[in-house]
Write a protein that binds this ligand. Sequence first.
Ligand code: NAP
Length: 438
Amino acid sequence: MEKPIVTLGRGTARSAWNYCGQSLAAGFVDGYLSILDSSDHSSSSFTSSSKFKYAIHLYLVWFIKFPTLSYSKLCKSGLTLWRLKKILTMEKQAASKVCCVTGGSGYLGSWLVKKLLEKGYTVHATLRNLDDKSKVGFLESLPGADTNLVLFQAYIYNPHEFKHAIQGCEFVFHVATPKQTADTQSSQKIIEGAISGVRSIAESCLQSPAVKRLIYTASVLGASPLTKDGFNVEFSVKESSWTHVDASFASTHGLQHMRTYTVSKTLAEKEALRYNGEANANGGKLQVVSLACGLIGGETLLSHAPSSVAAMFSQLTGNLSTFMGLEYLEKLLGSIPMVHIDDVCEAHVFCMEKPSMAGRFICAAANPTIAQIAAHFRENYPQHQIPQQLMGEEKEGIAWDKSKLVKMGFVYKYDMENILNDSVKCGRRLGAVVSIDQ
Ligand SMILES: NC(=O)c1ccc[n+]([C@@H]2O[C@H](COP(=O)([O-])OP(=O)(O)OC[C@H]3O[C@@H](n4cnc5c(N)ncnc54)[C@H](OP(=O)(O)O)[C@@H]3O)[C@@H](O)[C@H]2O)c1
């Protein structure tokens, strides 16, 4: 049961509503500008608040005493009321579709937020920590962020926190995922956190009448062709392939954090798909799409090379621990399914813009073996010496059938060469790949 957190004085202009029909007010709570909501229209007690940073403008539709439609702009200095003068431009913005991106400051999340803003969508992005200036700052500097981006704080281990960001959104991209670092939580906690995060986000989607579709960013790690005892069973991996989470694949290979990540992504994806077709608050059915994405490479908006990009060029840098991630993929998946950051984000938008779409889709443009990647590097970057133990084994890779998404109409723009070359370019720009002139 939520407790009232603020009671407004009599006569306060607060009779706005959100997309769910709840009564809204705006003000400061705990030093944050906040939207307060209350499901009881006649009450002046507000039970819930969404914290966000300013530098973004939030537009609410207000019906004040007289029946003129007015807008309120919430900004750093507080509340401003406008009338018809500004309404036309604001109406245009208010009419843009609203979507939520969890994990908006990560590698994929930030690229997706940028793309959605460029396409004119209003984006509710979640971050773990709104006080992290570096993450907040670069998102707020994206073109269109000043008017169309709203940041929310939400932590996977407090999954109810996502509901504020989800309210009013038509589409929800669940991108965030907990990851294990050397000093963090147990495997069990990571796996349970990922699953309960999906569950809670899906429940919020069901309860928010505006939500039509949940798009879950899954991983090809959830679609291994290996049997429990480690033998290949399929010549071509497709959407019906699921990783056996109790298989011995990782213990034999020794990468415990990768095993945890694999299990968490597999089970979280299954959990997300379980909500497909569930009845939602507007009397319709929630559509759930899961995109099982390959290793992502290419450029980044972040100030460091993301781990997947570093894995792409690990043979050039000779970084053994990063290369072991690549080996793990080949062992589990039979080859290295890969996709360019721009394509993977386009695929997310594609899944949103389709009038109707649900189910599981593999999202990978190419699937070379480690040896084929090494051959590309040897031919195109001869100035780099690839250590012999990073050259990979000459063998036939397992094919990945990407036709399901393509049959829906999606077109990949980047092939293996583009993905690898853009990853190297990114690594050089960030100083992670030292340029050696020929
Ligand atoms: N990169 C790949 O090759 C690849 C391939 C297939 C699938 N994926 C999937 O794509 C998604 C994004 O991956 P990425 O490569 O962009 O990774 P990333 O840069 O590490 O981003 C992960 C995101 O998750 C958020 N996050 C982590 N722990 C969290 C927690 N406890 N509570 C709330 N948020 C949390 C992070 O938030 P903060 O920024 O606030 O810390 C960050 O935004 C993930 O679901 C991943 O499994 C990635």
